[in-house]
Ligand binder design. Structure first.
Ligand code: FES
Length: 474
């Protein structure tokens, strides 16, 4: 047995060039892919139920919950994406509370999937999840969602993965994915934690780094005190630290996930070391992360961030999806640098407001939002733009838009300067969801909205056309 322990020179494995996700070739095919391949394609979010099959305590107050879909299908997703989960925190008879959690497992093992939840003592959902979700628990889910993910194919595959605290979750999915695939890759992980014993997944990361020469992992303690035996880095993220772990950072795609302050700092530092905006992908992460696109308070934050840097990067709304630069990550910029998309199309000359029809602010029907009830602006006083046989009244923007019944509502709204976020523009991601106050639509979505949201009056304007005059809470 001694020779097994003897150090011998072992050659590097021979690998194909670059990194390619297993489903990538299916995407490029024009004919219909085989059923199995289709099932593994991460293109369409779906509503499904999943059963918890395992819980795994992790360091740093995280708990990993492993699930399998109740319908037996694999869960197709991209490494870095998340699922939106309905948690019955107030009991089964009350509306569940939705939260989004990044997937921490690898999509190359799609028969089960996991989320890793940090317990936030002051949070509403995460303590409930830790205490109540056990093997056998079945939850409603929607996913996969999110544009913060590894590319489907990358001939260079050189990454710098930055994680702080629970932000390691989607980064872990990326590391596991790369480790599980053949192909040349060069990955540096820099993982910040608050205390030496608080690095989740550190055993697995150490193992992966020890057997996979493509992946190197560095740890740093956020404060500068160095406990006995600590041989990692100390201190917050700095440009010197980035240089130390990845002197060629400006040749890498950078994926960063962590709290807002950490990511804001990282954005500045990455610029300093020469990383171009277009090579940076970020995801904000905090405890019970609420999807900014779906929760009003955080939508406001996302909008601010988007507006600050939109000037530098946004030439057109079409460029947003799949190519977000720094700080956009999951959260799509909603507008161009001028705040609207007026320059891109619909003629905005005002027409006679008296000629508009069906622009009642509040029809008193179901789906009316509390805000609209409180304000009840008078749509007949709004400017009216565009031509067409139907009128859409956008109550928050204060504009009436004439529309042809065949035109997707989102396109026309954005051209008229109505602020509606959009990502996939195919009814998949849910990012354009708005409330319909009155009127009828024809919606052809692909999983981006739940039935109960539709019942509550919401719709996806990207994949909807108007059947009647409408009043919209946007
Ligand atoms: S933009 Fe994705 S669902 Fe409308």
């Amino acid at each position: 047995m001694t020779e097994l322990l003897t150090e011998t020179a072992v050659q590097e494995p021979q690998r194909i060039r670059g990194l390619e996700m297993p489903w990538n070739r299916v995407m490029g095919r024009s004919d219909t892919p085989a059923r199995a391949a289709r099932a593994l394609g991460p293109w369409h979010p779906q509503e499904f139920t999943a059963e918890c099959v395992e819980t795994i305590p992790e360091a740093g107050g995280l708990m990993t919950f492993v699930f399998r879909r109740c319908d037996g299908a694999p869960l197709a997703f991209r490494a870095g994406q998340y699922v939106n989960i309905a948690f019955p925190v107030n009991g089964g008879e009350h509306e569940p509370v939705d939260r989004s959690y990044s997937l921490s497992s690898s999509p190359t093992e799609p028969w089960t999937f996991s989320i890793s939840v940090k317990r936030d003592a002051g949070g509403l959902v995460s303590p409930w999840v830790h205490e109540n979700v056990k093997p056998g628990t079945v939850l409603e889910m929607l996913g996969p969602v999110g544009a913060f993910h590894l590319p489907d194919a990358d001939r260079r595959a050189r990454y710098l993965l930055l994680a702080a605290g629970a932000g390691i979750t989607p980064i872990m999915s990326m590391v596991r994915t790369i480790h599980s695939l053949p192909g040349h890759a060069d990955v540096v992980v820099l993982y910040h934690g608050a205390e030496a014993g608080g690095f989740a997944f550190h055993r697995e990361l150490a193992y992966i780094a020890s057997v996979d020469s493509r992946i190197r992992v560095f740890y740093s303690l956020g404060d500068r005190s160095k406990p006995d035996g600590w041989d990692g880095l100390t201190g917050r993220l700095t440009s010197a630290m980035i240089d130390e772990v990845a002197p060629d950072a400006n040749g890498r795609q950078v994926y960063a996930c962590g709290p807002e302050g950490y990511l804001n700092n990282a954005t500045e530092l990455l610029k300093k070391v020469g990383v171009d905006d277009t090579s940076i992908y970020m995801e904000f992460f905090s405890g019970d992360r609420q999807t900014l696109l779906e929760y009003a308070a955080e939508v406001a934050l996302a909008t601010d961030i988007a507006e600050e840097i939109a000037e530098e990067i946004a030439d057109s709304a079409e460029d947003y999806f799949e190519s977000q630069p720094a700080a956009f990550g999951l959260y799509e910029p909603r507008y161009d640098a001028d705040g609207t998309l007026e320059a891109t199309g619909l003629p905005l000359e005002a027409v006679d407001a008296d000629a508009t029809s069906g622009a009642e602010a509040n029809d008193g029907g179901s789906g009316t939002s509390p805000e609209a009830e409180a304000e009840t602006p008078d749509a007949s006083s709004f400017n009216t733009v565009g031509t067409g046989s139907l009128t859409l009244s956008f109550m928050r923007t204060g504009i009436n838009v004439r529309i042809d019944p065949t035109e997707p509502i989102l396109e026309v709204a954005q051209r008229a300067g109505v602020r509606i976020g959009a990502n996939c523009k195919e009814g998949m991601c849910g990012s354009c969801k708005v409330v319909k106050l009155s009127g009828d639509i024809d919606m052809n979505h692909q999983g981006g909205i739940r039935k109960r949201e539709i019942d509550a009056g919401k719709f996806l304007p990207c994949c909807s056309t108007a059947k009647t005059d409408m009043v919209i809470d946007a």
